[in-house]
Ligand binder design. Structure first.
Ligand SMILES: CC(C)(COP(=O)(O)OP(=O)(O)OC[C@H]1O[C@@H](n2cnc3c(N)ncnc32)[C@H](O)[C@@H]1OP(=O)(O)O)[C@@H](O)C(=O)NCCC(=O)NCCS
Length: 164
């Protein structure tokens, strides 16, 4: 089912700050959404760094929690970058990506971050649309930066959103 207003989530979906205890579930979800998945250990190491923060969306049902999506970011010296964002395939298109990005933008704004950057594959239309709708714009590119499983190369777009 798709909700008519993407930013309104069902009551049993909550968005909370990430911590290292989420590393295993993040790695599982990442493996289901990216061709080059990051490991538990990589997520654990990142989340142990004070500059790294993020948010997780969980569905709470029958006393159990399932991770539906997460976003990971890093902030330093007045700038931040989105390291990765993933939403479970069966939950994509329901407003979760937007909700998670809003959580990061809101924290970055509160922390007086001036600009937030990200890199995205030029062929990733859903992600580029999400970022553009949130006010990100293209500021550069890295040719032949990604290689898919068939060996095709594509560029990374570098995008920026100013917060002040
Ligand atoms: C990119 C991703 C995080 C978006 O999350 P999502 O929860 O599906 O996105 P939302 O439902 O919040 O959609 C927000 C906006 O994104 C864009 N969007 C989302 N899915 C889209 C699609 N399939 N095609 C085009 N635009 C899309 C739209 O602009 C949408 O706004 P709208 O509904 O008002 O038109 C998700 O598709 C995903 O996890 N993809 C796999 C991992 C990935 O590519 N991560 C990004 C790496 S840079």
């Amino acid at each position: 089912m798709k909700w008519p207003l993407g930013w309104l989530l069902p009551l049993d979906v909550v968005v909370d700050p990430l911590d290292a205890s989420h590393a295993h579930c993040m790695a599982e979800l990442h493996a289901g959404t990216f061709s080059r998945p990051w490991t538990d250990g990589e997520f654990h190491d990142l989340l142990s760094k004070p500059a790294v923060f993020g948010y997780v969306a969980r569905e709470l049902r029958w006393g159990k929690a399932r991770i539906l999506g997460f976003v990971l970011a890093r902030a330093a010296a007045g700038e931040a970058e989105i390291l990765t964002i993933a939403v479970a395939p069966d939950w994509q298109g329901h407003g979760l990506g937007r909700k998670l990005m809003h959580a990061v933008l809101s924290k970055a704004h509160g922390d007086r971050v001036e600009s937030i950057f990200l890199e995205v594959d030029e062929t990733n239309t859903p992600a580029i649309s999400l970022y553009r709708r949130l006010g990100f714009f293209e500021v550069g590119g890295r040719p032949d930066y990604y290689r898919d499983n068939a060996g095709r190369l594509s560029a990374a777009l570098v995008m920026r959103r100013d917060l002040r």
